[in-house]
Design a binder for this molecule. Structure first.
Ligand code: NAD
Length: 373
């Protein structure tokens, strides 16, 4: 299956590199609204450079990988489907649940698949946690927490505006990894109640090349909420870009027989902690699992980064007439949860979800062997 990329920014190199990890991704062309960005990637990666319109009508391309900014996702996915091609997009699927629903309708009408990041829940830590829950290792899970706090994105990204606009913010940008992981582990969400805040109305960029420029904040930078899942599990969440330091774990789940702590769901690997009743914590390493083996430098560390596995799985599923694990149904439900968190805080009321989705099938080591080089 031949792939074309639209959006040659920060994350595009990672996806180009995913061709070296997985055996069914073949990127042949790229495009960007900024020509120089596309030309630079094309030269570095030795692929054809095209205009966005030409890439969309390129008959050699079966699937378009959408790596544009969140406000362009819906338009590019829609044009991809209208051009008769499958789509895999970076997150979020769209800027709002209503817009996401339009994409679901079009994808059904066209009989084409739309896949969406994040795919980190397919990593070793997410799959190990899923195995523990499916095997009832901590009994029936009924409570939990997720905490995602930091002090914003304006210090590292060269173009950080989109983080502070509609479709950005800590829930849409990073909470999406946590929520997708929780839906993978616990199934769909039914009820949401939340409050929000924006502590700083303006952010000052401290990364290059736009050091010193100001960004007007247009979406809440702190959200505190409770998600009630269809299986009645209740998860308390705190997502914020207004906190300098904290000591919370990322995800904790509490079951009738014990507790489980997950590593950062933005990563593929890491250690889990599991305990039964009041016993000490057992540390469960995932660095020998196929998508947990450290393979990429991240500052001074080497971490497991297998971005692209969701795309590789989708290519495989299209060939075998199956639904991708990073399916539009999962992405749309997660989008509705994210929108619901914002809507509940704005309206001061409980948000009840309209959509549901199946838990994605577990990704076994044998499944991964089939996809990896
Ligand atoms: N940067 C990261 O580390 C990272 C990690 C995970 C996910 N993501 C996601 O990946 C996506 C892209 O992020 P990024 O950091 O690469 O952003 P970026 O701003 O660096 O790059 C986006 C590129 O898309 C292009 N673009 C925007 N609208 C377009 C349109 N309509 N048509 C064609 N090209 C268009 C821009 O010109 C730019 O080159 C976002 O959805 C983000 O949430 C980024």
């Amino acid at each position: 299956m031949k792939v074309g990329i639209i959006g040659c920014g920060n994350i595009s190199d990672t996806y180009f590199q995913s061709q070296n990890l997985f055996n069914n991704i073949n990127i042949i062309a790229c495009a960007d609204i900024i020509n120089e960005a596309a030309e630079k990637s094309a030269k570095e990666q030795d692929v054809k450079v095209q205009s966005v319109e030409d890439l969309l009508t390129n008959k050699d391309i079966d699937l378009i990988l959408n790596l544009t900014i969140p406000s362009s996702h819906k338009e590019i996915i829609q044009k991809t489907l209208e051009s008769g091609k499958h789509s895999f997009s970076e997150k979020p699927l769209a800027m709002s649940f209503r817009k996401g629903l339009e994409l679901k309708k079009l994808s059904d009408e066209k009989g084409l698949q739309v896949g969406c990041a994040p795919d980190t829940f397919l990593g070793a830590a997410g799959q190990k946690a899923r195995q523990f829950i499916d095997e009832n290792k901590i009994g029936k899970v009924s409570l939990g927490t997720f905490n995602m706090m930091s002090h914003g994105m304006e210090h590292w990204h060269p173009n950080p505006d989109f983080f502070f606009k509609l479709g950005g913010g800590p829930i849409f940008d990073v909470g999406v990894y946590y929520i997708t992981q929780l839906v993978n582990l616990l199934g769909p969400v039914e009820n949401i109640i939340s409050v929000s805040g924006t502590i700083e109305q303006e952010r000052t960029i401290t990364s290059e090349p736009r050091y010193g420029e100001k960004i007007k904040v247009e979406t809440p930078t702190t959200l505190m909420a409770v998600l009630e899942f269809a299986n009645k599990t209740k998860i308390q969440l705190f997502a914020s870009w207004d906190v300098w330091k904290h000591q919370h774990n990322t995800i904790e789940l509490y079951g009738s027989n014990g507790s489980l702590v997950l590593p950062d769901p933005n990563h593929f690997g890491g250690e889990l902690l599991v305990s039964n009743k009041d016993s000490d914590w057992d540390i469960v390493k995932t660095d020998k699992m196929l998508l947990g083996i450290p393979n990429k430098k991240d500052g001074d560390d080497i971490v497991a980064n297998y971005r692209g596995v969701g795309l590789a799985d989708m290519v495989n599923c299209i060939s075998n007439n199956k639904n991708a694990r990073c399916s539009i149904d999962l992405a749309l439900h997660v989008l509705e949860i994210m929108d619901g968190i914002l809507i509940s805080s704005k309206n001061n009321s409980i948000y009840k979800t309209e959509t549901s989705c199946d838990q994605p099938a577990p990704l076994t080591e044998d499944d991964i062997k089939n996809l990896k080089h």
